[in-house]
Design a binder for this molecule. Structure first.
Ligand code: HEC
Ligand code: HEC
Length: 203
């Protein structure tokens, strides 16, 4: 009987801990989605979709924000309670512990990436394909849509976000793999523009 009570008690405790955790995690995800969109799929060109992001790349990005080693600008909440004060990604991750950051990366990897429905110029996209195939496809295969590459998703990501990200790399404000930097340095302004239309065309 004593054993029975002990087991029942620890079961109840366990359930309580599990539901408290679930509530916390749900609230955190809700906060992420307030900016990134339902299920991590963005509706706004300056906001990246984070659903389906390779788990390692996602966790790595969050840890880089934790070190404030990547530009992070203040952003307004896009949905839900939009009166919440604007925040940077660096501020967002500073409120969370490292285990939670890893759990978030794993959680969003399970959600389907939805390519952004956006306008693009077909002639520029065609020119961009040549640049991509020559310099980027080696690491960003299938037009930058293959999550197994562990190199982020480029094809179908929003053009506004991609444009800012490319500018940050080219200005040396965001760290990049050495071999990628060599390829980036070969790009003309026209190449960059063409690449943006090529990635936007992957719908
Ligand atoms: C207040 C708005 C806001 C909130 C809340 C927010 N983000 Fe972000 N996030 C952004 C913006 C804007 C960017 C684009 C890059 C930048 O400005 O730093 C971004 C970028 C990212 C990136 C980088 C994407 C890439 O392809 O490299 C990841 C990963 C990310 N956010 C995950 C999260 C997670 C997980 C949460 C919840 C814990 C979250 N974000 C909460 C606004 C937000
Ligand atoms: C040697 C392999 C390699 C090559 C070549 C390469 N990349 Fe990358 N790229 C990566 C890796 C790994 C990441 C993820 C790590 C990071 O964010 O620094 C990445 C990340 C990116 C991102 C950020 C995605 C995001 O979600 O924010 C962009 C944009 C990008 N690459 C564009 C390019 C373009 C354009 C080219 C060709 C001119 C290129 N890369 C060539 C390996 C490569």
């Amino acid at each position: 009987m004593k054993n029975f009570y002990r087991t029942a008690f620890s079961l109840v405790l366990g359930l309580f801990a599990a539901s408290a955790f679930a509530q916390d995690f749900d609230a955190i995800v809700e906060d992420c989605n307030g900016c990134h969109g339902d299920d991590g799929v963005s509706q706004w060109t300056d906001m990246p979709t984070i659903a389906g992001m390779p788990e390692f790349v996602h966790a790595d990005a969050l840890f880089i924000y934790l070190d404030e080693a990547r530009p992070c600008e203040k952003s307004e909440y896009r949905q839900g309670d939009t009166s919440r004060p604007a925040k940077t990604m660096c501020e967002v991750v500073a409120e969370l512990d490292e285990g939670t950051l890893e759990d978030l990366a794993a959680y969003y990897f399970e959600l389907p990436f939805v390519p952004a429905k956006q306008d693009f110029d077909p002639a520029l996209a065609e020119a961009g394909k040549a640049v991509h195939d020559n310099l980027c496809e080696k690491c960003h295969s299938d037009a930058g849509t293959n999550p197994d590459d562990e190199a982020g998703i480029l094809g179908g990501q929003w053009m506004g976000y991609m444009e800012r990200t490319m500018a940050e790399y080219l200005a040396g404000e965001r760290e990049q793999p050495k071999q990628m930097e060599e390829k980036m340095n070969e790009l003309s302004d026209d190449d960059v523009k063409a690449l943006l239309h090529f990635y936007a065309a992957q719908q």
